[in-house]
Design a protein around this ligand. Structure first.
Ligand code: PMP
Ligand code: GLU
Length: 382
């Protein structure tokens, strides 16, 4: 058969490295290998019982909803967000419900980015931003975070050109677990004040913080699009339920785009969102995560060659292995082969010489994994 020619926009697109690795590691476990999977970008628990119970009562509902979501859900999201962000401007008309944060991001980019526009993304960065930006014909401009993974507003400002349309800010941050400092966020807002540059705040980890932090939108960004959802706070990754908050014109444009490419988010998932908000969208596993973070920290402290900055949010340590190698891909492969411990190589996030450790798994797995990592590092290269 003759080779089918795919559209050129697909040429540079790779499958999400984190999803692919997680699937591969799960497959190795199914095949019988003992695996310590520290790659996951999702909580380990099941759907919370109160959400299961609430959604069970709605399973007879089978009709399309408005593309932007059930009116009562948009209302609840708006009320919750007004309170959470202390932002009076957030009304139901500013909210669009989506099937997870990914479509919220993609539809925002479709609505805002022209081919040739530049989108600044502080780096290291979550795997999908680059591909989402390229799919809409934009160019990702990476600007480094500081050594302690804080936002660096002056470097961002240095990279602004007439083509700059957007800056994507993700705090708490994947893959580093950093929560960007007040000072840096205020300075960025100040520097963007005289521009028309839009800030997309990817707030998906915003409920998973181990210390108090001021939510992003209070910094007074001129043009702000917030994307958020229930994947991480409520352990609902597979349910695909998220939302976007933006000014009315952007929200309406996003809903128009979604009316063609997605339609409404699944009805049971919208009811799961309603149930979550009835409980204040309180994160389901924060206390457990706090204990697990301490456990990993004490394990890493015993391995002097590995450097880390304590994550203040999300559920990732981003570990500097440059004292050993810059080739984290090979290092992770070898670690997996020899010990069964699976980490995500920093290359997936544009940061060779680092590895991401996700601490969502149970204590016994974390303890064994850290013991294996210590032995592996002490043994040195094969
Ligand atoms: N943004 C970041 C920073 C993420 O880590 C993820 C991964 N879950 C997403 C967005 C996508 O979230 P969702 O699963 O709700 O689409
Ligand atoms: N965002 C999570 C992660 O970085 C889940 C996987 C994905 O969506 O890429 O691992």
């Amino acid at each position: 058969m003759r080779q089918l020619k795919l559209a050129s926009r697909i040429d540079g697109i790779e499958e999400s490295a984190t999803l692919a690795l997680n699937a591969r590691v799960k497959q190795l476990a199914v095949e019988g290998k003992t695996i310590y999977n520290l790659t996951a970008g999702e909580l380990a628990c099941e759907t919370p019982a109160f959400i299961q119970a609430a959604v069970a009562k709605t399973l007879h509902l089978n009709k399309y909803t408005p593309v932007a979501g059930l009116p009562e859900l948009r209302q609840k999201i708006a009320a919750h967000a007004r309170d959470f962000y202390q932002a009076d401007w957030i009304q139901p008309a500013n909210v669009v419900v989506t099937a997870g944060v990914k479509p919220a991001l993609y539809a925002s980019l479709l609505a805002l980015v022209n081919p040739g526009d530049e989108v600044i993304v502080p780096s290291p960065a979550w795997v999908s931003y680059k591909h989402l930006i390229e799919l809409v014909g934009g160019t990702m401009i990476e600007t480094p975070l500081t050594d302690t993974f804080d936002l660096d507003p002056s470097t961002i400002a240095d990279h602004i050109t007439p083509k700059t349309k957007l800056v994507i800010i993700n705090s708490p941050h994947n893959p580093t677990g950093a929560v960007f400092s007040d000072g840096a966020l205020r300075e960025l807002a100040e520097r963007l004040k005289t521009t028309d540059i839009v800030v997309i705040a990817d707030d998906i980890y915003t409920k998973l913080v181990f210390e108090d932090c001021t939510p992003l939108s209070t910094y007074g960004f001129n043009h702000l699009v917030i994307v958020n959802g229930f994947s991480k706070s409520q352990a609902l990754t597979g349910w695909r339920i998220g939302y976007l908050i933006a000014d009315e014109a952007v929200a309406a444009a996003v809903a128009k785009v979604l009316s063609h490419i997605m339609g409404n988010a699944a009805v049971p998932s919208q009811h799961a969102g309603l149930a979550a908000l009835s409980h204040g969208d309180k994160p389901v596993m924060l206390d457990v995560l706090r204990v697990q973070r301490a456990l990993v920290e004490s394990g890493l402290r015993a391995i002097p060659k590995l450097k880390y900055t304590l994550p203040r949010g999300a559920f990732y340590f981003f570990i500097d292995i440059r004292a050993i190698t810059k080739d984290s891909l090979s290092w992770c492969e070898q670690l997996l082969d020899e010990t069964g411990v699976a980490l995500v190589p920093g290359e997936a996030f544009g940061a060779p010489g680092f590895v991401r450790l996700s601490f969502v798994t149970d204590d016994a797995v974390l303890k064994s994994a850290l013991r294996h990592i210590k032995q592996f590092v002490e043994k040195g290269p094969a």
